[in-house]
Design a protein around this ligand. Structure first.
Ligand SMILES: Cc1cc2nc3c(=O)[nH]c(=O)nc-3n(C[C@H](O)[C@H](O)[C@H](O)COP(=O)(O)OP(=O)(O)OC[C@H]3O[C@@H](n4cnc5c(N)ncnc54)[C@H](O)[C@@H]3O)c2cc1C
Length: 124
């Protein structure tokens, strides 16, 4: 199971796509909260109106033909029971998916180093 459909998760999934095409006997599932892959290196061109957002987003289901895609939010990861808790849909249905092996590719959050005012200034 791959958690996260950004650069790390998608490229791991694409490697599995190739292995599955060669007949690898594995079930691979990728989970992401968005149903698209965002090509961040060209995001500034969207901000500058040089490109439309549709030029830099790709539907994950179109990129992955053999890897299963689950569109949802990862709520919990139980490393002992090897289970991931997910929610999805408007009503936030909950699911617990078991796994044998886990790829964690959930990105990062900005560290503001507790400097007063920085976080607020950035979100304005
Ligand atoms: C504007 C911009 C421009 C950039 N340009 C470059 C560049 O030119 N070259 C370069 O090398 N790097 C660039 N980067 C950095 C690059 O985008 C990151 O290094 C890269 O995306 C990190 O990959 P990742 O897989 O670790 O995380 P991400 O790509 O952030 O992927 C994490 C994924 O996990 C998902 N996720 C997180 N939490 C949950 C959850 N609880 N439930 C479900 N899904 C979840 C997120 O929605 C996301 O899809 C740029 C970044 C930005 C923002």
């Amino acid at each position: 199971m791959i958690l996260g459909g950004g650069f790390g998760g998608m490229y791991a999934a694409l490697e599995f796509e190739r292995a599955l095409a060669r007949g690898a006997d594995v079930d691979v599932t990728l989970v992401n909260r968005d149903n698209f892959f965002l090509f961040t290196p060209m995001l500034h061109e969207v901000a500058a109106s040089d490109l439309d957002i549709t030029n830099i987003v790709s539907p994950i289901r179109k990129l992955l033909r053999r890897v299963t895609f689950f569109h949802g939010d990862i709520e919990t990861v139980d490393l002992v029971k090897k289970r991931v808790g997910l929610s999805h849909g408007h009503e936030q249905h909950c699911h617990a998916l078991p796994y044998d092996h886990l790829v964690l590719a959930l990105g990062s959050t900005t560290n503001f180093f507790d400097i007063p005012g920085w976080q607020t200034a950035r979100s304005r």
